[in-house]
Write a protein that binds this ligand. Structure first.
Ligand SMILES: Nc1nc2c(ncn2[C@@H]2O[C@H](COP(=O)(O)OP(=O)(O)OP(=O)(O)O)[C@@H](O)[C@H]2O)c(=O)[nH]1
Length: 934
């Protein structure tokens, strides 16, 4: 049967899509929207459900909850005590051990389930006395710390749950949510009839027929097959066996799922509930009905008996539509867009959606991905997680994120630009960058242009190299300015662009007329064209004999730069930077090009926006940046934020070394007053006040820190483990094992754990094991936890290999177990902390003492045994007694020459930094060497 979509089925049944979705969700099906397609068994069950409950058809359930919640709430309080009762029995039933398995939906409806209290995690056995429901079991979470999300009734719950068989209006998620809140403190026992899900598409349902534990990727379940089995068989036991990794990776309140999606099973550890919902069929939640309490179901506090506003209830209702059925409560997105920065972690995402990171870890875990809260997730994993929770996740670039930060302060630079009234725009000088091949005269040209301005008698001349300057040229009687960026070359140009600073309006391409087009000429053309910046070609060095400007023109046609005299539209000017020939022509041409192709304009009447083109710390002046104003006017006293730096403009200085009060568009100025040093290329923004500037800077700083953290990688390889150990960087070899079958993974892990590594100095720790190829999340984990990945009879996808290479994660692939154990053993043994021993190297006898004001007493000696080496440790022995130890051969001389070693039988001069030496003393030297291990 072909898959149908929710809305199609809803139409067919005669209910709203919303209603159908609610019913599906309540019954443990994971459908995110009306357009989701559902499997045939689910369709059948849905039909059956509505056949059995015709009264639900065409009802408008979503509107009920608030009201009912109230009554449920009230009821819940009253009926608090008995709450646990009915559930108690079920929990104790064989097979019902999973009562604690969380099912947010269900538990919402039936909060006070017994199993919550202390379901016993050994399925085949009846519940332990510990698991006995007690009054107030709804608060089971208090006892177990795991039942927050509530237990769901199991089939075993039936005996105690007869009342639930009675038909009762189904609880919508809203009702469930309301009930959950209502009954949080109370736990009226209203066992519901629950039928377990069929082995359909619920990855979290306990009984999916695939529950056999296997070495899945649950590091938390004590019984994942391998480990427990090993223990059972006595293999690899012993002190070296490390505990399974990181309970911290687990949400502390969420019970362990009994089975993983795809059948990865894991038995519960004591204290955690387990729920099983054998059989198929739909269940109704109905938790709100008749005092049915959902206490603790969502693990949220209700704030006591306080009444809530409709809005608050609505919010909770929305938040508590959990997509999970296994005890974690995650707000559903319902298609909402969430933007996360590339490299964000689960914790970041959780913050965005106001969820508990631990719950998200659980969700991911059940999807077969393992991650820690602070581990950065790749885009694919985010997308998967988003799809699961109903969010549309957009991975943001750093620029997007910055935009968002500014938006939070009502600054939207793009909108500002777009909304600019053309009337307010004034012409501004073009900003020009000089590019070209090395030695073609870029610097000389910039100097010539700068001096051309000086020649005009500009007050003071350009005395300061501030990274950019403005020069002026008379065009048709009008004195016009051009701004030059003083750092020539396309590298700087592109670096600025990479930082989001597109400041250049026109590029001057310098080509030496005697050299012609060279590789960097071509690069410069490409960079300028990539930035869509018009080019003016300055054919330089025309004063030279071998100059051939025409050849340059013809060469450049090949690169799309066709000179006007060749019928093209690119302006060429022949110049000599050295002789200052045609500089003015060049400037006029630049202006003309800018006027025609760029028409640079800006609105000077607004707070300044610009770019820091240079930034440095200057003694006595503090943070000094050269800002190029792009829009608006910067004034002394303005509160500014530049990248992660902020402050108030204390002073502005132009290229003539003069203080200026204002800087209009295209004006480069040195700006003093920032509290720290931003990066070159960082954007300058005038903020409303100091506080806003500081807050923006702080937000950026935090974002930057997060991004850096996400990128910070640790690496280790089997080969470099020795040095890592020596340097004290690591004491544990962390391994991630991926294999082709649970059996092989189990066997491999057990063999590895049997390796004898010595007196517990170096530890072997398998932090993750699983079946299947090495995935990106394995690499991420290895990156974060500094692990080596062992692939046994499996490979990795290409992208994963790339990522591993990028991150420096070592992946090793094997087909033979012994090869793995050999390598790991070698690594471990090599890795053992080295043993050092002192080895005698030589002895010298002092024959004569020379006194030197500069060096102290020099021992004129003869080497009696071995060698005397400069730098070796030494002691002085007099009459068989050590009179000084911990000395060092500070200097060693033969005749007048400094030497590093003197052999037996030779005389030498030794200084030890110890003056109390006497003739006849022995100088014994030794060295500390690493002792090889057997
Ligand atoms: N004859 C002559 N020599 C020039 C001219 N312009 C520059 N030079 C010389 O060419 C050499 C290189 O000039 P620079 O200005 O340093 O060249 P550049 O492109 O800035 O070089 P890099 O900074 O190394 O990329 C210097 O020795 C200049 O004196 C010119 O118009 N005529």
């Amino acid at each position: 049967m072909a898959k149908v979509r929710v809305h199609e089925l809803a139409k067919e049944i005669g209910v709203t899509s919303r209603k159908l979705l609610d019913v599906l969700k309540e019954n443990g099906e994971f459908v995110s929207s009306a357009s989701s397609s559902i499997e045939a068994p689910v369709v059948r069950k849905a039909r059956e459900y509505f056949e059995k409950h015709p009264e639900e058809i065409d009802s408008a359930p979503a509107k009920k909850p608030a009201k009912k919640a109230k009554s449920a709430s009230a009821g819940a309080k009253k009926e608090q005590t008995p709450a646990a009762k009915p559930a108690a029995k079920p929990a104790a039933k064989p097979g019902a051990a999973g009562a604690g398995t969380a099912d947010a939906d269900e538990s919402a409806a039936q909060p006070a389930k017994p199993g919550q209290t202390s379901a016993v995690p050994r399925p085949p056995k009846p519940a332990q006395p510990k698991g006995k429901p007690t009054p107030g079991a709804g608060g089971g979470k208090q006892e177990t710390g795991q039942a927050d999300s509530g237990a769901k009734p199991t089939p075993a719950a039936k005996p105690g749950g007869k009342p639930a068989d009675r038909p009762r209006p189904i609880a919508t998620p809203g009702e469930a949510a309301a009930s959950a809140r209502a009954a949080r403190e109370a736990a009226p026992p209203r066992p519901q009839r629950r039928r377990g899900p069929r082995p359909g598409n619920s990855p979290f349902a306990s009984k999916q027929g695939m529950g056999r534990p296997r070495p899945g990727n649950s590091p938390f379940a004590p019984r994942q097959g391998m480990r427990q089995d090993q223990a059972d068989t006595g293999r690899g036991g012993g002190q070296r066996r490390r505990p399974r990794p990181t309970p911290s990776m687990m949400p502390d309140q969420a019970p362990q799922p009994e089975s993983q999606r795809g059948g990865r099973g894991g038995r519960q550890r004591p204290g955690g509930g387990q729920g099983q919902r054998p059989g198929g069929g739909f269940v109704r939640s109905g938790g709100k009905a008749r005092g049915g309490s959902t206490a603790g179901a969502f693990g949220r506090r209700t704030g006591g008996g306080r009444r809530k506003s409709r809005r608050a209830k609505r919010q909770e209702f929305e938040e508590q539509q959990s997509p999970m059925t296994a005890g974690v409560q995650v707000p559903r997105g319902n298609g909402a867009e969430v933007r996360v920065r590339a490299g964000s972690s689960i914790a970041d995402f959780a913050e965005r959606i106001n969820a508990d990171p631990a719950a998200l870890i659980t969700v991911l875990f059940r999807m077969g991905e393992m991650a820690t809260a602070n581990q950065s997730l790749d885009e694919d994993t985010f997308q998967l997680l988003g799809a699961e929770l109903g969010y549309e996740i957009k991975i943001m670039s750093a620029e997007d994120e910055d935009r968002e930060i500014l938006e939070a302060f009502d600054i939207d630079l793009e909108a500002e630009r777009a909304d600019e009234d053309p009337e307010d725009l004034n012409e501004r000088p073009p900003v020009v960058t000089v590019m070209g091949h090395v030695d073609h005269g870029k610097t000389a040209l910039l100097d010539a242009i700068r001096n051309a301005d000086v020649g005009r008698g500009e007050a003071g001349g350009i005395t300061q190299n501030i990274g950019a300057y403005q020069t002026h040229v008379d065009v048709e009687g009008e004195r016009r300015a051009i701004t030059f960026i003083d750092t020539p070359g396309h590298e700087a140009f592109t670096q600025m662009r990479a930082r989001g600073a597109d400041v250049t309006d026109v590029a001057i391409l310098v080509v030496a007329a005697n050299d012609g087009v060279m590789p960097q000429t071509v690069e410069a053309i490409n960079h300028a064209q990539a930035a869509n910046v018009p080019i003016v070609v300055a054919v330089n060095k025309i004063d030279l004999d071998g100059a051939n400007p025409q050849k340059v023109r013809s060469q450049l046609t090949e690169y799309g730069l066709v000179a006007e005299d060749y019928g093209g539209d690119v302006a060429f000017v022949d110049v000599s930077a050295k002789k200052r020939t045609n500089i003015e022509d060049l400037l006029e041409t630049v202006l003309a090009t800018s006027d025609i192709l760029v028409e640079p304009k800006a609105n000077p009447d607004k707070p300044a926006r610009g770019v820091a083109i240079e930034a440095k710390l200057e003694h006595g002046r503090g943070s000094v940046i050269t800002a190029l104003i792009q829009d608006g006017t910067l004034r002394v006293g303005d509160s500014i934020v530049v990248g992660t730096a902020y402050g108030r403009v204390r002073a502005m200085i132009d290229e003539h070394g003069e203080n200026v009060e204002e800087a209009e568009p295209s004006r480069p100025v040195q700006v003093l007053g920032l509290t720290s040093i931003p990066g070159a290329g960082d954007q300058l923004i005038v903020a409303e006040d100091d506080r806003t500037a500081r807050q923006i800077a702080e937000r950026r700083e935090a974002a930057k820190r997060a991004a850096t953290l996400a990128k910070r990688r640790k690496r280790i390889s089997l080969e470099d483990f020795t040095s890592a150990i020596e340097q004290g960087k690591v004491e544990t070899l962390n391994l991630i094992i991926k294999g082709d079958s649970s059996g092989s993974v189990e066997a491999l892990e057990s063999s590895l754990l049997e390796i004898e590594v010595g007196q517990g100095e170096v530890e072997l720790n398998v932090i993750h094991r699983g079946v299947g190829p090495v995935t990106q999340s394995d690499v991420d984990l290895a990156t974060v936890d500094n692990a080596v990945i062992i692939g046994f009879n499996v490979r990795s996808a290409e992208r994963v290999q790339e990522l591993a290479d990028e991150e420096g994660v070592e992946m090793k692939f094997y087909n033979v177990i012994f090869d793995v154990t050999d390598d790991v053993e070698a690594a471990l043994k090599g890795k053992l902390k080295p043993i050092y021993e002192d080895v005698e190297v030589g002895t010298a006898e002092i024959l004569q003492i020379f006194r030197s004001g500069k060096f102290g007493n020099i021992a004129g000696s003869i080497v009696r045994k071995g060698t005397i080496n400069r730098g070796h440790k030494a002691r002085v022995v007099r009459d068989g007694v050590v009179v000084a130890s911990d000395l060092e051969i500070q200097s060693l001389r033969r005749e007048k020459d400094d030497v590093s070693v003197v052999r037996e039988g030779f005389e030498c001069g030794i200084t030890l930094g110890f003056n109390d030496i006497r003739e006849g003393d022995l100088i014994e030297t030794w060295e500390t060497r690493e002792k090889a291990r057997d």
